[in-house]
Design a protein around this ligand. Sequence first.
Ligand code: GLN
Length: 246
Amino acid sequence: MTQEASENKGTIRVVQLYPRDMNIYGDWGNALVLKRRIAWHGYTPELLEYNVGDDFPEDVDVIVGGGGQDSGQLVIQADLLSRGSTLQELAEDGTPMLLICGMYQLFGRFFKTRTGSVIPGIGVLDVETHGTDERLIGNVKVESEEFGEILGYENHSGQTTLGPGIRALGTTAKGTGNNSSDGQEGARYKNIVASYLHGSLLPKNPAIADFLISTAVERKYGSFTAGAPDDRFAVLAREHAGRRPR
Ligand code: GLN
């Protein structure tokens, strides 16, 4: 399959945050899906990595961040805090972002781990997370008004509660999501989609990928015209994931 766009309607630059330390349960797949679908829509993808100590890239169109062990979150915390105001400005300005699990937690106010250490977040999202002794593991199905049925896999001990300044991504029809009490999954704020779901998320949920891409294109070029993505594998993956037991 060709990686390149057959026509070039412009470049879309995707930055992956901390792929070295925050990238578990296939989360890298989210960046690969964006790269492929950007090309399918006729634009040229540029995929960049940002790791601890790097210079922060210019002209960022989309940001993706994956999950991580508590230890990985401790490794990146100081660097992330040092980039807090840049990421805050990008978020408030409407940059589309996909934040999974560990990065979702750290874009919130704080993550207090099971062992009691408090990892401060950058406070872009009005959420807080408390580690518990209960591990929430398994397949998840979420109902979202915006994206329809969202399918994925969760594995976390942190439980997240949303503050008044933010809404959930959806409600769980299978699995746990944000916490074991309110039936909500993920968060939506500005053009940020935050979620506990790995798997990775975007191969099975192209509606979310296209939201991120079309938003990025509209912000940069004024309007978005869709190409003709090949959704055969996404359809199969959704059928398969939908049949899995919890
Ligand atoms: N370490 C965090 C937790 O267990 C995040 C895990 C993850 O990213 N899957 O809650």
